[in-house]
Write a protein that binds this ligand. Structure first.
Ligand SMILES: [Zn+2]
Length: 249
């Protein structure tokens, strides 16, 4: 079963790459079929096998030899490994599906945010609906927790957006709303706090290295919220227990 899920992850990684390319360009994700963006050659058969075709073709279009971004390979590998790991640590099919479906949306969102500084509504709003539907079946924080979590995520970031005069993007507000439906009304604040901390810890050395400073830079914040969101979906209760035990929260 796990092997099947890993294969499914690789295939979904390939589909995720299509989403990453097309959604920010407002193209349909189902039509036309995959083609090389440079020479327009339609891809078929061997060109579409996830991971392997990239390796066999050594990262180039078979027809025009245009280099294909290594991002395609990385996304397929991350999806394959992520699906396999999440499925094997999940308890039951419901939780397994909850984890891998949201992981898929998370990876697509994170890569689009890194490449385009954009968190498309199509993905965040779909995520909110998916989070609520799963919660209706008792997954994550349950329906009440998901509604409150979504509301908490929305209001805290909407407030920060107003106070910061729009420095926080509207997409970030919808993303934290989505994450709130997955982790509930208390943990969503932990997600926000730790993702801001992680963002600062990563970006200060990065910007220093590039001889820029944090002030006045726009940094994609989505990927940090996504990493913390995923961690709290799995270990949220353990982390909160630990923190309340040792820091008397
Ligand atoms: Zn080509």
């Amino acid at each position: 079963m796990t092997l099947f899920i890993i294969l499914l992850g690789a295939i979904m990684g390939s589909f995720g790459n299509v989403c990453i390319y097309r959604i920010p360009r407002k193209e349909s994700i189902t039509y036309p079929p995959s083609h090389c963006p440079r020479c327009n050659a339609r891809l078929s058969g061997i060109d579409l096998i996830p991971i392997l075709s990239f390796l066999v073709l050594r990262g180039r279009c078979r027809y025009c030899k245009e280099a294909i971004s290594v991002r395609y390979l990385i996304v397929e590998i991350i999806m394959a490994i992520g699906f396999g790991v999440l499925w094997s640590i999940s308890m039951g099919i419901g939780e397994g599906l909850w984890l891998i479906i949201n992981f898929f949306i998370f990876v697509v969102l994170a890569v689009i945010d890194l490449e385009c500084m954009l968190l498309p509504n199509k993905l965040t709003l779909t995520g909110i609906v998916i989070g609520l539907v799963f919660a209706g079946f008792g997954l994550g924080p349950g329906l009440k927790g998901a509604l409150l979590g979504g509301a908490a995520g929305f209001f805290v970031l909407a407030l920060i957006r107003v106070v910061s005069r729009g420095k926080m993007g509207g997409g970030d507000v919808k993303l934290l709303t989505y994450i709130g439906t997955l982790v509930g009304p208390w943990q969503v604040f932990f997600v926000l706090f730790f993702s801001a901390l992680l963002g600062v810890l990563v970006n200060i050395p990065l910007l220093a290295f590039q001889r820029r400073n944090l002030q006045g830079e726009s940094i994609p914040f989505g990927p940090y919220m996504i990493i913390l969101g995923m961690i709290f979906m799995i270990y949220g209760d353990v982390i909160v227990d630990f923190l309340s035990k040792y820091f008397l929260l």
